[in-house]
Design a protein around this ligand. Sequence first.
Ligand SMILES: NC(=O)C1=CN([C@@H]2O[C@H](COP(=O)(O)OP(=O)(O)OC[C@H]3O[C@@H](n4cnc5c(N)ncnc54)[C@H](OP(=O)(O)O)[C@@H]3O)[C@@H](O)[C@H]2O)C=CC1
Ligand SMILES: O=C(O)[C@@H]1CCC=N1
Length: 284
Amino acid sequence: MENIRIGFIGGGRIIQALLDGLNEADYLDKMHIWISCPSAEDDKSLLKRFNNTIHMTTSNTVLCNNCDIVLFAVKAKLIKSVCQEIIKTVDNERLKNILFISIIPGLTISTLNQWLQTGENIVRIMYNVNVAKRNGSYAISSPKTNDNNPLQIYLKSVFDKVAYFAGNVTETELDIMCALIGSGPAFFCTAVEGLADGAVKAGLSRQLANTLAARTMLGCADILVSSSKHPAELKNDISTPAGTTIYGLHELENKGVRGAYMDALMSAFNRAQTMADQLAKETK
Ligand SMILES: NC(=O)C1=CN([C@@H]2O[C@H](COP(=O)(O)OP(=O)(O)OC[C@H]3O[C@@H](n4cnc5c(N)ncnc54)[C@H](OP(=O)(O)O)[C@@H]3O)[C@@H](O)[C@H]2O)C=CC1
Ligand SMILES: O=C(O)[C@@H]1CCC=N1
């Protein structure tokens, strides 16, 4: 297992978050990691940042020829051309031995399979930027035939170092999780930013307001995760009758904050499904 080589096609923000987390787990130097991206030749900042523990190339073909697991981490609009490039340039037998992973929202295993034509060696994963601090969440969607695949077992052991495993789920559930865990950090950031802005308006310094808003969210999440308390219970514990909190909560209800979060989740989920449909049409 220790000799398994993982390649990332695309080395952007979500891959760097994963590498940060694995580095913090003291695991990066025990792995064999390749990254391919157009800027690999000119930009050595990732090599520096990870102490040359990774290999970088501009060639997706070189990466596929050197890796057992290949994870697609490019923008959705590029994925078809990347797959076409790979099937043209990499030997067919080699392609069949690779476990392909996609973290691209919506993109289904069936669409990827039509482009790659390598059988059932395709798995979808969704995870989030929180892996950078080993506090991520992830889920897998894969054909049953991959359950005992040593490459998938190894991949899971890697993600387990930096993220909570939400389970083996259907592809629709993975799209819901894309909205909840993938986009969720951005949704929470808007709450942190709004609360901090309010504190600044009331007179607190920007730095203190940002730090305290974020730390308040962190502490609250810790209680909810460790106690399995319902969020409404914690909210009720905090709300003194005729006190400050219930006045603030009334404002949030007047502005429809819960409906706004529900709409945000549904909109992100629907977007993943629309992207899936658009990508599926590209196979025709
Ligand atoms: N950001 C997030 O929180 C999450 C993102 N995702 C998904 O992951 C994917 C990547 O997202 P993210 O990391 O944020 O995006 P970024 O824009 O940060 O990174 C994209 C990467 O793709 C590389 N790239 C561009 N063209 C090619 C090519 N032809 N071959 C190989 N690599 C290429 C870029 O390289 P260069 O810089 O050299 O151009 C860059 O390293 C997206 O599909 C996104 O939806 C999924 C879950 C969470
Ligand atoms: O915004 C996006 O499309 C990606 C997927 C989840 C988080 N970022």
